[in-house]
Ligand binder design. Structure first.
Ligand code: TRP
Length: 336
């Protein structure tokens, strides 16, 4: 790759994360670890997507504390609010405002075929609200306001990013050049972490079985205990194989946190039992996550300092967002 160290030449990256409860080891290894790594190479804008969270019912006090804790966690992971932009989505009103402009340029049929909408509305038939339906339009606004070159998203958000690109292309064709059409970014690192109790399913914090997932903020003993209970198989050989999803998942996790290749991991545990292996994975995960928890505990204690950071983050974000928003308004024909 061609290296150019001037700030202006850095590509821009944008991503957002919902403040919906505990973030897991899966979120860390699948996405957030990469958010941290991308800071080296790119100019990054990261947001806590709190407006997206209310498309499903939230308890106000709990939502508030989750917004705080998600923001604090981003800092604890090592995301640098001075060099990059880290903010809370609802603090920059241009997100909701642009979302309206884009809604009027998005077809009902386009939204109706979104698979996440179909899944979520089937899951919560008692609350199929209009926000849940138009959620991808707000996400398009999140993205397009900042003109990123790249948007790292997981598999479940690919379709939404595709729609954001379609909306941008159509808007530009109709009104003139306003938006940058972003590319999806598939990270070099990034592991798909499966449930510790049913390794054919993705690790998820909404799993009722608390042993199925590890929170980034779990303490050491809890992490080790959960790995000790992880579901494996009866072969007692530490090797990657399709028919061994439990052990394969543990190898993937161990390899992601230690930086060893899967072959190296297989070799390291050649002739050893699952008990030893599970303990080693638990300890390695705890060694990775515990320093994050320590920093988090410090950051969350100081609400004043946290407030100052998220306010500065919002100001920085809004300076960029406002320009794009007003340009779009003007092109559509509004009086400014
Ligand atoms: N919808 C995304 C999720 O649930 C979060 C999100 C909101 C997002 N806005 C975004 C991701 C913009 C990337 C870009 O994971």
């Amino acid at each position: 790759m061609c290296e150019n160290n001037t700030e202006a030449a850095k590509k821009k990256v944008l991503s957002c994360i919902q403040p919906s409860g505990m973030l897991t080891l899966g979120n860390y290894l699948g996405a957030l670890k990469n958010w941290v790594a991308m800071q080296e190479e790119f100019d990054c804008t990261y947001a806590v997507a709190d407006l997206h969270a209310i498309t499903v019912r939230q308890e106000p006090a709990k939502l508030r504390s989750q917004i705080y804790s998600t923001y604090a966690l981003l800092l604890a992971l090592g995301i640098d609010p001075e060099k990059h932009t880290v903010f809370i989505q609802s603090h920059v009103p241009e997100h909701s405002a642009l979302s309206w402009l884009l809604s009027c340029n998005t077809q009902f049929g386009e939204m109706a075929r979104m698979t996440q909408f179909k899944d979520k509305s089937a899951k919560h038939p008692e609350n199929v609200n209009v926000g849940l339906f138009s959620y991808p339009v707000l996400m398009a606004a999140d993205i397009l306001l900042y003109k990123p070159d790249l948007v790292p998203v997981g598999h479940d958000q690919k379709q939404h990013l595709e729609i954001a690109r379609d909306i941008a292309i159509r808007f530009n064709n109709k009104y003139g050049d306003v938006f940058t059409v972003p590319e999806p970014y598939i990270p070099k690192i990034g592991a798909r972490v499966m449930s510790l109790q049913d390794p054919t399913k993705k690790m998820s914090k909404s799993d009722d079985n608390l042993n199925a997932w590890v929170a980034i903020l779990d303490d050491r003993d809890t992490i080790i205990r959960k790995f000790k209970r992880a579901v494996t198989d009866s072969e007692a050989v530490v090797r990657m194989a399709d028919e061994k999803p439990g052990i394969s998942n543990l190898i993937t996790i161990y390899s992601a946190v230690t930086g060893k290749t899967t072959q190296e991991v297989e070799k390291e545990f050649d002739g050893k039992g699952y008990g030893d292996f599970k303990l080693a994975v638990g300890e390695a995960v705890a060694d990775t996550l515990n320093p994050i928890k320590e920093r988090y505990d410090e950051i969350i204690k100081d609400k004043k300092a946290l407030e100052q950071l998220y306010k500065e983050g919002a100001n920085k974000a809004e300076r960029v967002a406002r320009k794009t928003y007003f340009k779009a308004m003007k092109k559509v024909g509004f009086v400014l």
